[in-house]
Ligand binder design. Structure first.
Ligand code: CP
Ligand code: NVA
Length: 310
């Protein structure tokens, strides 16, 4: 693979990648993890985050440091962003200093405005609509466990949130069957479901259901995420009884393929969307998944910034 294959590109949605580009990124991520390739990219990454983050902030930072680059943590509260400077102004100014910008915010539209006004590549580090960087690491983890992606089935159980949306697209691009089990009022974004269905057409299946047991049956990957995402904390208590039947627990795992792995993007709420026994159990690959954030994002940065092969 050429490490410049995504030179200058934005990653705002999983759907910004073709199936071939996604495969190439995952291959590069695996080579980086195995130490088979060494890259150098002395550029500057800005992290403009309006929501909390442990994994994304640290994994992007370490990936950039290991590439020989530098990182600026542009938390909204320490920049003029927190005082309401217009996005269109911030975008054009940061564009003049940075080589690449990763943004974590609420509205996908705000990310798109940044990308429109900043000529440098912009990466979605999580919005309410999508979390593509997480899905790169998720797919890397599935590939490590099974040696392939095509033909496997991933079942996501819980809220039809940013994770569900990006998993729909990522699985469809990878030739994986994807099943999403959510309460009726919490289904994934309909436009993304439509897009994933079109990508998957003739290759794999997309199923949206309210039945977690039907969805988990025979599946190779069981995935969940919090029932109330960042910005929805006020709804957490009222959502609890609605989501209770969607808990990933040993009974649900029993219905999956005997070799199934369990993933969770983290942070996790033990005893809510996932039980302690499953999270810490032998089928959990959650810590590998968290580690892979760093390898997958290093591959992404290297491809976007055309890193030099050492
Ligand atoms: N999974 C994930 O994005 O974690 P953080 O919110 O800690 O970055
Ligand atoms: N759906 C969660 C993911 C956190 C990584 C959130 O948006 O808060």
């Amino acid at each position: 693979m050429s490490v410049a294959s995504l030179r200058g590109r934005d990653l705002l949605s999983m759907a910004d990648l073709s199936a071939e580009e996604l495969t190439a990124l995952l291959t590069l991520a695996a080579e980086l993890k195995a130490g088979k390739i060494h890259l150098r990219c002395p550029k500057v990454l800005g992290l403009l985050f309006s929501k909390a983050s442990t994994r994304t902030r640290v994994s992007f930072s370490v990936a950039m440091f290991q590439l020989g680059g530098q990182v600026l943590d542009l938390n909204a509260s320490v920049t003029q962003v927190g005082r309401g400077e217009p996005t269109v102004d911030t975008a054009r100014v940061l564009d003049r200093y940075l080589d690449v910008l990763a943004i974590r915010t609420f509205e996908q539209q705000e990310l798109e405005t940044f990308a429109h006004y900043a000529k440098i590549p912009v990466i979605n580090a999580l919005t309410d609509l999508e979390h593509p960087c997480q899905v790169l690491a998720d797919l890397q983890t599935v590939q490590e466990a099974f040696g392939t992606l095509q033909g496997l089935t991933l079942t996501y159980v819980g809220d039809g949130n940013n994770m569900a949306n990006s998993l729909l697209l990522g699985c469809a691009l990878s030739g994986m069957n994807v099943r999403i089990a959510c309460p009726d009022a919490y289904q994934p974004d309909p436009t993304i479901v439509q897009k994933a269905t079109e990508i998957a057409a003739g290759r794999s299946e997309v199923l949206i259901t309210a039945d977690p047991e039907l969805a988990a049956k025979g599946s190779q990957v069981l995935y969940t995420d919090v029932w109330a995402s960042m910005g929805q904390e006020d709804e957490a208590e009222s959502r609890f009884p609605i989501f209770q039947p969607y808990q990933v627990n040993e009974a649900l795992l029993q219905l999956s393929d005997p070799d199934a792995i369990v993933l969770h993007c983290l942070p996790a709420h033990r005893g809510e969307e996932i039980t302690e026994a499953v999270l810490e159990g032998p089928q959990s690959r959650i810590w590998d998944e968290a580690e892979n954030r760093m390898h997958a994002q290093k591959a992404l940065l290297a491809s976007i910034l055309a890193a030099e092969i050492l």
